[in-house]
Design a protein around this ligand. Structure first.
Ligand SMILES: Cc1cc2nc3c(=O)[nH]c(=O)nc-3n(C[C@H](O)[C@H](O)[C@H](O)COP(=O)(O)OP(=O)(O)OC[C@H]3O[C@@H](n4cnc5c(N)ncnc54)[C@H](O)[C@@H]3O)c2cc1C
Length: 415
């Protein structure tokens, strides 16, 4: 059945962060837009961002520093960010009643710290008489004619337009519905796609002591990763233990490097629970706690030496009988405790999958996109935005800023 509506000026596929920005911007100058979203609401992923608080952008005002976070895409992004940058994000949301606040590492959040408020602002932005929104409408095919895209198929319906914006996001946290994701459309259209893999993702760990600490979150932990036994890199930050392994900002931001290590051999890691204390100071600390608890059993004193979860880990890992009295612990045994406090060992099995990833590595090659407009160099009426692009970045608000920027630029290019 053919949609009886007039031919649209633009069809936006995907009602997420960048798709809503693109649709709302494209209706300037009276253009007509059809926004198609496969889920039964707009901005579903947006509503779970930042643990429900939505790290909406990163308030790094030095453009060079900001764009360097996007790795090899830095040069490509100068033009889009000059059209809609971090300041524009601040103005966009505050002028719509949602001021932003800046927290550690320049992470910006809505003042209300509620991601649903961000979704509401974006829904309001697409609430326009020139935008028709269709939810629960999954695009399964693009219609091409003589080398041009002329329409899309969604279920039994066909919709036609002069321009198309693909804003279908990445495989991260999708219902593994990879066939009808924009990536596969774009591959079929002849675009070069670097195979997506999970990124900003937790790590699966072999060791039972790690999984036994599930739910424990520890700040200021130093983790060092080893490839085939050789130290490769270290990072300090917040570490979260889960039922499958390790997560938290420290791990999420290490995952891309760990992924490269896993391609080259076996990867192990050690956790230093006292990264700012040297061995001598740590020994003094242990001796002091032992002195105060001389007649107690070791297992009851270990938790007083170290942060709660780590004490529990020591109980599982130490080769010493835990029932022995503290005043009978030998120097050698104390050394064993110190060694573990500075280097709790674990073996990394693999990265967790797309279902736990924040973003995906890979996507459509930037060589085939016009930097000033986000237009495809292959199809003159096709624009690409957001996560679908092959642009890597760490966590910290950089992903959503990319969505606002590219969405705005694509929408504005049509308007
Ligand atoms: C748990 C989690 C937390 C995150 N937290 C943050 C954060 O705090 N800060 C940050 O900067 N980034 C964060 N991100 C990343 C951020 O959410 C994404 O980078 C951003 O949403 C990308 O926007 P997008 O428009 O490209 O894609 P999305 O927002 O994913 O939108 C794509 C939309 O397209 C729809 N779609 C897909 N295929 C079709 C189809 N065939 N037909 C119709 N519709 C389709 C999807 O249903 C979806 O609604 C987080 C991601 C996750 C998973």
């Amino acid at each position: 059945m053919v949609d009886n509506n007039k031919q649209y000026d633009c069809i936006v596929i995907g009602g997420g962060a960048s798709g809503m920005m693109a649709a709302g911007t494209a209706v300037k100058n009276g253009k007509s837009v059809l926004l198609l979203e496969r889920q039964n609401r707009l901005g579903a992923k947006l509503s779970i961002t930042g643990g429900g608080r939505c790290n909406i952008t990163n308030a790094e005002r030095n453009t060079h520093k900001l764009l360097s976070k996007y790795g090899s895409a830095e040069k490509f992004l100068y033009s889009p960010f000059s059209q809609f940058g971090v300041d524009d994000t601040f103005t966009f949301f505050s002028s719509r009643g949602l001021p932003l606040i800046i927290q550690e590492e320049n992470r910006a959040f809505p003042e209300t710290e509620n991601a649903d408020d961000v979704v509401e602002v974006m829904k309001e932005y697409v609430n326009n008489e020139n935008i028709k929104v269709k939810i629960a409408t999954k695009v399964t095919e693009l219609i091409t004619e003589e080398g041009e895209i002329i329409g899309v198929i969604a279920g039994q319906e066909k919709y036609f337009a002069s321009n198309f914006i693909i804003a279908t996001g990445s495989f991260a946290r999708t219902e593994s519905d990879q066939d009808s994701n924009g990536i596969s459309f774009l591959r079929m259209l002849g675009h070069t796609v670097r195979k997506p893999s999970p990124n900003i993702v937790p790590l699966k760990v072999k060791d039972a002591w790690v999984r036994n600490l599930s739910g424990t979150s520890l700040s200021s932990m130093r983790i060092s990763f080893f490839l085939n036994g050789e130290r490769n890199f270290s990072k300090t930050g917040e570490l979260l233990f889960t039922h499958f392994g390790i997560s938290g900002p420290l791990i999420l931001n290490s995952s891309q490097r760990v992924s490269k290590l896993l391609e080259n051999g076996s990867v192990t890691a050690t956790v230093d629970a006292f990264p700012h204390t040297n061995l001598g100071q740590l020994d003094d600390h242990v001796l002091k706690v032992f002195g105060e608890n001389q007649n107690k059993q070791l297992k009851n004193v270990l938790t007083k030496i170290a942060p709660e979860g780590i004490g529990k880990a020591l109980t599982q890992l130490l080769g010493i009988p835990k029932e022995k009295r503290v005043n009978t612990v030998t120097i050698e045994e104390r050394k064993e405790i110190l060694t573990l406090l500075k280097a709790l060992p674990m073996t990394i099995e693999e990265l967790m999958g797309f279902d736990r990833a924040v973003i995906a590595d890979g996507g459509v090659s930037l060589n085939e996109i016009d930097t000033a407009t986000m237009r495809s160099n292959i199809y003159k009426n096709l624009y690409l935005t957001g996560d679908i692009l092959d642009i890597n970045r760490p966590s910290g608000g950089y992903s959503l800023q990319l969505a606002w920027t590219t969405g705005y630029v694509a929408g504005n290019s049509i308007a």
